[in-house]
Ligand binder design. Structure first.
Ligand code: ADP
Ligand code: ADP
Length: 235
């Protein structure tokens, strides 16, 4: 069962002789309960693919279906509502609210969409994130890795259909990166979530069940349960 799918996805930026074909016919399915890494050279279309599939950008042609709903030609208003409940997003730079505690940052999406906290789910997410005694600290009192784990928990708190993470460990040392990746993997294996991340780092990608390789706006390869060595050999 695919949580999100793209069919013949094309994204062209600009027009005329300077137009850039960032996506050139991408077909991909992200199955429920998978952690997928997207890799590829800079400029290969990784961010564009994630943004189109998360409803943050609209494709030039082709379709994106999230949880059975075609979002590719949806109005901005409906898309905003759908993103709040069905799609989580994690950015490289955490984007936490500095004046709120970790716990308040995690429940912020629920406050904004006026959704009740599902206490059992909140407890599962915060237990899995492993921040117990840090939950009442503000971001400035947390390490980078702890802040990114808060951002991941915030992306998961509405129990979305799918979470997209754009270089989630790009700013972190390898130990903190490992803690963030282990949490993302737990959220899939133990909590049943579906996660797609863009990364440049073969070690980060080796946490994934599947690695999809992009080049020049097309999917050029794929590995299942790869080791770091297999990823390095494919890049
Ligand atoms: P990355 O390679 O890490 O994804 P980029 O530096 O390519 O980051 O892009 C950062 C941001 O700038 C993205 O939001 C992307 O959409 C935008 N961007 C990239 N290239 C261009 C461009 N030629 N013109 C305008 N915006 C761009
Ligand atoms: P990646 O994430 O793999 O680095 P991107 O999706 O950011 O790749 O970019 C793919 C191509 O599209 C690049 O050539 C980039 O310069 C271009 N691009 C991305 N965003 C924009 C934009 N907003 N305007 C114009 N060109 C863009």
């Amino acid at each position: 069962e695919a949580r999100a799918s793209a069919r013949d996805l094309v994204k062209v930026y600009g027009s005329g002789p300077t137009a850039v074909r960032a996506l050139d016919g991408v077909d991909v399915d992200f199955a429920r309960g998978g952690l997928t890494a997207i890799m590829g050279p800079s400029g290969s279309g990784k961010s564009t693919l994630m943004h189109c599939m998360a409803g943050l950008d609209s494709p030039t042609s082709g379709t994106v279906v999230v949880d059975g709903v075609d979002i590719s030609r949806m109005s901005q208003r409906r898309l905003t509502a759908l993103r709040r409940t069905h799609i989580g997003f994690v950015f490289q730079s955490y984007n936490l609210v500095p004046t709120l505690t970790a716990a308040e940052n995690i429940t912020l999406p629920l406050d904004i969409s006026r959704t009740r906290v599902d206490r059992a789910w909140y407890d599962e997410v915060t237990a899995a994130v492993g921040l117990r005694d840090r939950l009442h600290h503000r971001p400035s009192e947390l390490s980078g890795g702890q802040q990114q784990r808060v951002a991941c928990a915030r992306a998961l708190v509405s129990r979305p259909s799918i979470v997209f993470a754009d270089e989630p460990t790009g700013n972190l040392d390898s130990r903190s990166a490992g803690e963030v990746l282990a949490f993302l993997r737990r959220s899939v294996d133990e909590l049943g979530q579906t996660v797609v991340m863009v990364t440049h780092d073969p070690r980060a990608a080796s946490y994934a069940h599947r690695v999809v390789f992009l080049a020049d706006g097309r999917i050029v390869g794929e590995l299942r349960d790869p080791t770091q060595q297999e990823i390095l050999e494919t890049l």
